[in-house]
Design a protein around this ligand. Sequence first.
Ligand code: SIN
Length: 334
Amino acid sequence: MNPSHTSLPRIAVLATGGTIAGQAGDAARTSGYKAGVVGVDKLLDAVPSLSQIARIHAEQVASIDSKDMTPALWGTLCARVNALLAQDDVDGIVITHGTDTLEETAYLLHLTVKSDKPVVLTAAMRPATALSADGPLNLFNAVTVAANRAAWKQGVLVAFNNQIHCAREVTKTSTYAVDAFRSPEVGALGWVQDGEVRFQRAVLRRHTLQSPFEMSGPLPEVEIVTSYAGASRASIDAFVAVGVKGLVIAGTGNGSMHLTLQAAVADAIKQGVAVVRSSRVGAGHVMRNGAAPDDALGSISADTLNSYKARVLLMLALSKGVPASGLQAVFDTY
Ligand code: SIN
């Protein structure tokens, strides 16, 4: 195929840093390196065959280790994605990101991007300088997905290790393995290999154009508290004292929590703090009124969202002005 062929899709690659842009002093090192060092042009140079599948427009939006992601940078990224997708000459977007908070950024964009065009996040577990670096193939596959018509209207996607995941479901499940991402319970949406893209199921929850949420300013402060044997209420009381607007409990089992936390949650809700119950288990759903009396406490069930994604949805819902009485419907819908 002629690389300059103008009928090739035009894909914008937005780089934010991460291990995919990581640099180590020794090619055998896959830990102890610096993330977010290698620029987007170098990442693209490592994948010359991209010119066969898309016309690439590249931007360096940030150069961070994604553990340091902030809502302010989410706002910048979301605004840039929406502006690019509004252009007729952009067919899709790939975002390179660190693996550590990729699932949070992906879900935030899933709810705040206003377009049917594909947005695909990818990353790497090994730095760009490593032997058998996984970044170049993940980047090639992400662009392959973003350039494919089948990826339209699917919301924000994550292409990683040949799999395609829905932003709402995907989570990091390994600290070191190159197959680090899973979608617990529901599995991947499909796969990408050697230029082929196959979706095997649809995304049912609302997203992008069907989502009312937007990044229109600073997000309200929402914190996460974990329940465990002997948990104290000190963290909840401290968060309430500094004026948080919401709390997500990463509860035991079906979103249950230690009696001390349950008492602190009841007090927090009386002071106007929105409280969502999720589970620290890593798979499954949290039943409303299942392990804790949501109706009596005034708490909300996170359904199948993990605590990090529940925090994203709660921040967006509170920033939209959704009242306490409307929050459970939000968690049942998005
Ligand atoms: C990061 O999240 O930026 C560092 C870790 C990684 O990308 O795997």
